[in-house]
Write a protein that binds this ligand. Structure first.
Ligand code: BEZ
Length: 396
């Protein structure tokens, strides 16, 4: 890592202080009693639209459960549809920070878009909570005191599936993904776990994001005849792949596995084509805890929708912010105390209790799940308290 990539606590505080004077950033300029300005930069169109909505709903549910306030202050929302388009990411994030003067920037889903947010968060010092995008760099080489994640790294849910499959005697696997950071990192994570346990990835297939044209790839898979296929897809791409897989006659012949995004939030839409698919993820619908039961009930009652992993991550972004602002009684000027409170928070999540790693990414259990009817049913814990390696992070 080069020196100027290292973004320590001192640099953060210096940047933030400079921002207060030079760029008149909002988080330092606003008087207590004014509304907290919350920026939501998420996809509301495109193949990840449903994910953006679930995150928004989850975040707002956590705030509602806290009396509709953060640290005793009312909230004003500023919302941007980032369209899962990395080319617009820095402009969109910059608008929220400089034009709308948000105190905290919540976003996003797509790893490429997240890189634009991270750039603006590092430059401005604005508090940033990432409720989904798994890009390793956000809590790796580009980690920073003001950057937090309440979801996962792309490596995290994929890595344990390697051992699960190898332990079943599966030896030859083909991988398939959208070709961008999230897919590449998920496949690398799976490969690391699988090869360590004795398996071989015989072919790595991909298609450009956000294409859903799977036909020729499925024909190629049928001709390779691997023991299993491991994939990274999410949102509507998961629905299309699972339906095409069945239509191509592969269901029941070759095992289809993936990071749990493949089957999360789509079971109503996909029908019985998903039955039996096994995935690994940090959440499962039927987790038997009072917290999960209450969350699912409240979410369904409020939004007339079933929650999924994205709703949980948005909810936990809300819970994390509630914890931070409670510690400073809504005073965003107490940046150091705010960050310490967020770093040490124990989040009582529907997924199970989790804590922050030094790099600001959840340390959490990864579950093995199986689609049974309309549920991602938890079959067991594939890896207990898994922390991302946070390669390149010099913080903490
Ligand atoms: C990502 O781009 O990081 C991502 C998108 C959807 C689900 C999971 C990860």
């Amino acid at each position: 890592m080069t020196k100027n990539q290292t973004f320590g606590r001192r640099e953060f505080l210096k940047t933030a202080a400079a921002a207060a004077g030079v760029a008149s950033l909002p988080n330092f300029a606003f008087a207590q009693g004014a509304k907290i300005r919350v920026g939501l930069m998420l996809p509301y169109t495109g193949i990840y639209a449903q994910l953006g909505v679930a995150i928004t709903n989850g975040f707002k549910l956590a705030v509602t459960e806290n009396g509709g306030k953060l640290g005793g202050r009312e909230i004003e929302y500023f919302t941007v549809d980032d369209e899962s388009d990395p080319s617009k990411a820095t402009d969109n994030a910059n608008k929220l920070v400089t034009r709308d003067k948000v105190d905290v920037l919540i976003g996003t889903v797509h790893s490429g878009v997240e890189m634009g947010i991270v750039k603006i968060a590092r430059e401005s010092g604005v508090l940033h909570i990432n409720p989904n995008a798994g890009a390793a760099a956000a809590t790796g080489a580009l980690c920073a005191p003001n950057i937090f994640r309440t979801s996962f790294t792309n490596w995290q849910p994929a890595y344990p599936m390697g051992k699960v499959l190898a332990d079943r005697g599966i030896k030859r696997v083909v991988t398939l993904t959208h070709k961008y950071a999230a897919g590449d990192e998920a496949i690398e994570g799976f490969k690391e776990g699988f090869t360590k346990a004795g398996g071989t990835v015989v072919k790595e297939l991909s298609l450009p994001f956000p294409s859903e044209e799977f036909q020729s790839l499925l024909t190629e898979i049928a001709s390779i005849k691997p023991d299993a296929v491991f994939v990274f897809f999410a949102g509507s791409a998961g629905i299309k792949l699972i339906k095409d897989w069945k239509a191509a006659g592969l269901k029941g012949k070759i095992g289809l596995y993936g990071s749990g995004f493949l089957t999360d939030g789509i079971l109503e839409a996909v029908g019985d084509a998903a039955e039996g698919i096994e995935t690994t993820l940090h959440y499962g619908d039927g987790i038997e805890t009072p917290k999960n039961k209450t969350f699912r009930l409240n979410y369904a009652k409020t939004f007339k929708l079933q929650p999924d992993v994205y709703a949980v991550q948005g909810y936990d972004a809300g819970q994390l912010l509630v914890a931070g602002l409670k510690a400073v009684k809504g005073d965003m000027n107490k940046k150091k105390e705010l960050i310490t409170a967020m770093e040490t928070a124990k989040i009582d999540s529907p997924r199970g209790v989790w804590t922050m790693s030094k790099a600001h990414n959840p340390i959490q259990d990864i579950y093995l799940r199986k689609v049974v009817g309309k549920e991602n049913k938890v079959m067991g814990v594939a890896h207990k308290a898994l922390a991302d390696p946070a390669r390149g992070c010099k913080m903490g």
